[in-house]
Design a protein around this ligand. Structure first.
Ligand code: NAP
Length: 332
């Protein structure tokens, strides 16, 4: 079968490898679509640890073609989405229920072969059913949505509160939609590209601005109850507490390069009792994400910028995103 494999840092290629055979606890799926995530570009450049050679791709769904001997509750022909993050279940963090902080966490598409392929193996404990009636490309959004649901859980928005989202990539645009669902009255997306601001206002943002042209505090003078930092750059991380209302919460979702630092004013945190919290991946949120995708409650079709083949994928991963692009899907 065809697969797109990271062979080493800066070396990614379309490869012919044997179609995998399911082990006793595995499902073999025919991949219908797999999203390219910023993390795939970090992996390509060696900025994020992984174990090459490995088939990349951790945002995917597909149709079950075969099941291992121990598999129950899944049948050939059903559609599933894969939760790529596999926790060990036995380390101290897992035993406290903090599976995303597992000391032995491994991920499909990072440490084990993932979804940039015609076929993929998914351990049954990582598989979640999606309806067969769903658009075959929409299941690929379950994983990024599950990460955003965790961020929303951490933010604990109350109906009527105000929200600022910094960064209008797919993560920011999913957080905008979730904030709307959580009952936020004001949701302001701050991002530089006009097309993303326009899109955000069609899917839930009440306002948007270009940070290079407008100070977000002109739109919400006392700041917002909750700030989602979804850009992953030093500038927005430093800006986030300044945009929070007194007593407000900043949730850091964006990933900054290891070792990079930002300036925070502790006196401001103290006097205004601000909370700055991290949100890492998707603990126990994949089922809810699958249900929100399946019900059409979260709009994902407008977030798809391009659909490409496996042959086009190495170039897409090795290149920066095109202007205006939100999500590129590989359709094997
Ligand atoms: P993305 O497509 O790169 O979106 C981030 C966007 O932020 C950029 O495209 C850019 O859009 C905007 N931005 C950059 N500088 C900005 C600035 N100064 N002010 C305002 N906006 C700015 O990435 P994504 O896929 O949406 O992911 C967002 C972040 O979340 C990444 O760091 C990713 O690694 C991380 N992530 C975290 C988790 C987790 O579990 N915590 C899970 C998935 C992804 P404009 O050009 O429009 O400004």
């Amino acid at each position: 079968m065809q697969s797109v494999r990271l062979r080493a840092t800066n070396k990614i290629a379309l490869c012919d490898i044997p179609k995998p055979t399911p082990g006793p606890d595995d499902l073999l799926i025919r991949v219908e679509a797999c999203g390219i995530c910023g993390t795939d570009r970090h992996l390509f450049k060696g900025e994020f640890p992984c174990t090459p050679p490995v088939t990349l791709g951790h945002e995917y769904s597909g149709i079950i073609e075969a099941t291992g001997a121990n598999v129950t509750g899944f049948a050939i022909g059903e559609r599933i989405t894969a939760d790529p993050n596999i926790s060990c279940g036995t380390c101290p963090q897992c035993r406290l229920g903090r599976v995303n902080l597992c000391q032995n966490l491994v991920a499909l598409g990072i440490h084990r072969d993932g979804g940039f392929a015609e076929y993929a193996l998914v351990p049954q404990k990582q598989a979640f059913l999606l309806p067969t009636t769903l658009h075959p490309h929409h299941g690929a959004f379950t994983e990024p949505l599950a990460c955003c649901i965790h961020a929303l859980d951490i933010a604990a928005i109350k109906p009527g509160q105000s929200v600022i989202v910094l960064g209008g990539g797919v993560i920011g645009l999913l957080c905008v939609q979730l904030a709307r669902l959580a009952g936020a009255a004001q949701i302001i997306l701050v991002t530089r590209q006009a097309s993303r601001r326009a899109l955000a206002e069609t899917i839930g943002a009440t306002a948007s601005c270009d940070p290079n042209a407008t100070d977000p505090l002109t739109l919400i003078p006392n700041g917002a109850d909750v700030i989602f930092e979804c850009a992953g750059v030093a500038e927005t991380v430093a800006q986030a507490p300044k945009l929070a209302k007194s007593g407000g919460t900043v949730v850091i979702v964006g990933v900054m390069p290891k070792g990079e630092k930002v300036e925070i004013e502790p006196l401001d945190l103290l006097f205004r009792e601000l909370k700055i919290l991290g949100s890492f991946v998707n603990p126990f949120t994949h089922r809810r994400a699958a249900d929100l995708i399946a019900s059409g409650t979260i709009k994902v079709e407008p977030l798809i910028s391009r659909r490409i083949t496996l042959a086009e994928a190495p170039d897409a991963v090795a290149s920066p995103p095109r202007p205006g692009e939100v999500k590129v899907l590989i359709v094997p």
